[in-house]
Write a protein that binds this ligand. Structure first.
Ligand code: G3H
Length: 253
């Protein structure tokens, strides 16, 4: 629109997409760390991006987090067939931040369906292995692996490890590896190198290369380092939806 041209936001979007060799960048104004409504705007842009990328039949894998919850709030009913699934099993989040919760809420908003994946987090290796042999579990995992759209958040490494009540050993691993960011259970540093990965089932980083669209949604100046590091390894099918505070940081250097 006219505003986007006047403020030069459209040019920043193009420059960033080129700089990081990704499909598309969408910038909303403001800083979601200091203005809560900016997160709602990220949610709105992400909801329309999902709609633009829908095919006749869809499997959409989603991660957890408050930004994804804002996306769920903005979705509206759609006649196209859509199944929501959590991208990965348990990452240690509280129930309101979990991918299962987000998938269920998104399906409710879009009048579509969802499947859940409850992975036990504190069981013996034997119990875990026999759980993985359950046909119903195997079925959900194979649905996740064939998702045509993946929607995920990006977090600050320390914030996420703290929020997930990670053990002192894992906290140390993240600190020693200089991790700055986190996405779908992978913690990475600025190089970027993966310094820790939450051991669970579902989408692994390599699987992102097979999705038609990968939508990363994250904003707030405190996440700028995390987002910059993530973009260095993001698949080329990525659309980044972020705010101006992050975009301005990413354009520097
Ligand atoms: O993996 C990243 C987190 O899901 C981001 O969570 O949207 O609450 O900051 P957030």
């Amino acid at each position: 629109g006219v505003m986007r041209e006047l403020t030069g936001i459209d040019k920043k979007e193009d420059r960033l997409a080129k700089k990081y060799s990704i499909n598309e960048v969408i910038i909303v104004s403001g800083n979601s760390d200091t203005s809560p409504w900016v997160k709602a705007e990220l949610g709105k842009e992400c909801a329309s991006c999902i709609k633009r990328n829908l095919s006749g039949e869809n499997i959409i894998a989603v991660t957890g987090g408050s930004t994804l919850a804002a996306v769920a709030d903005m979705l509206t009913p759609d006649s196209r067939k859509t199944l929501f699934v959590p991208a990965r099993g348990g990452l240690g989040e509280d129930v309101h931040n979990q991918a299962n919760t987000i998938a269920a809420n998104m399906a409710a908003k879009m009048n579509s369906s969802y499947r859940v994946l409850y992975v036990p987090e504190q069981v013996s290796k034997e119990a875990y292995l026999s759980f993985m042999k359950e046909p119903a579990i195997k079925e959900v995992i194979s649905l996740i692996k064939t998702a045509n759209i993946v929607v995920h958040g990006i977090g600050d490494a320390n914030v996420m490890a703290g929020r997930r009540k990670s053990s002192p050993e894992i906290m140390m691993k993240i600190k020693d590896g200089n991790a700055v960011g986190e996405a779908f259970g992978y913690y990475f540093n600025e190089k970027p190198e993966i310094v820790h990965k939450v051991h669970t089932v579902g989408i692994q980083k390599e699987d992102l290369d097979h999705a038609d669209s990968v939508i990363a949604v994250a904003g707030g100046s405190s996440k700028a380092k995390a987002i910059r590091a993530y973009l260095k390894m993001a698949p080329s099918a990525t659309t980044l939806i972020t705010d101006e505070s992050v975009a301005n940081e990413l354009l520097k250097g």
